[in-house]
Design a protein around this ligand. Structure first.
Ligand code: C5P
Length: 242
């Protein structure tokens, strides 16, 4: 991936978690001044499939396919090859799927794209979801702090050839320390101080997250549920510039 392209893009990624592609394109059309990358998550992908990637690309956006794949290595690698044909900017898989899965995915992406002359997407590993706190982590049998678990998964992802990581704003600093400057860090769980947190537990303000070392921020509901999506996106960018 061309590092200069990444630097040119707005750091604000719009998460479009709706079922209607029409509605999603309408919201996205209102934020073109602030947003270059649209994130297609499980809801929109389940409803509109790969057609949603092509539609947003036609509208001039870069695409983050965030379907957080987690399956056996062969299945994830095969699905990655299919998605590479649409040339998204980023693609997520779960780091909890293990080293073999991450390695298979990263080899599949590299070989497939090199073979066909396609632009290679950034393969981004989801660490611990931002809706999970220490209590929730303990309940699924992980006997470590959230930070410890995120850093362990981040190091495995780096060693498996992954290009980036998704982590909460609260773990950006330790993750940067763990993996260095090369990996792209994407963080959801971003809220302005006066904004509703919804189900996000590990949150920070946009400016704080960027100062900690994030490359991109993912924000959904505060923009697409707003009466004024462009104004809301603008306020988030203002917080970054402060
Ligand atoms: O609406 P909100 O700003 O909370 O949306 C956050 C987005 O980031 C959602 O699309 C969610 O799937 C995604 N995400 C997350 N936590 C992660 C990884 C992705 O919230 N660890």
């Amino acid at each position: 991936m061309d590092k200069d392209l990444l630097k040119k893009l707005s750091p604000l990624i719009l998460a479009m978690d709706t079922s209607s592609l029409h509605e999603a394109r309408e919201v996205a059309s209102k934020v073109v001044e602030s947003v270059d990358i649209v994130k297609i998550g499980l809801q929109l992908f389940s409803s509109a499939g790969t057609g949603s990637i092509s539609s947003f690309k036609d509208d001039g956006f870069e695409i983050f396919v965030d379907i957080k794949m987690c399956d056996i290595p062969n299945t994830v690698a095969s699905a990655c090859r299919v998605l590479c044909d649409y040339e998204p900017l980023m693609l997520t898989i779960h780091t909890m799927g293990g080293v073999e899965m991450m390695r298979a995915a990263s080899i599949a992406v590299r070989e497939h794209c090199d073979g066909l002359g396609l632009r290679k997407p950034l393969l981004v590993g989801v660490t611990v979801l931002t809706s999970i706190d220490l209590f929730a982590l303990g309940k699924i049998g992980v006997d470590d702090s959230v930070e410890g678990q995120v850093c362990r998964l981040a190091a495995l992802a780096r060693d498996s050839g992954m290009d980036g990581l998704v982590c909460s704003p609260l773990e950006i600093t330790p993750v940067r320390r763990e993996v260095g400057e090369e990996m792209v860090l994407v963080t959801p769980g971003v809220r302005l101080r006066d904004s509703d947190r919804n189900d996000q537990l590990r949150v920070a303000a946009p400016g704080e997250a960027m100062k900690s070392g994030a490359d991109f921020l993912v924000v959904g509901r505060p923009i697409y549920e707003s009466e004024d999506p462009e104004g809301s996106a603008g306020r988030i960018l203002d917080d970054i510039r402060l």
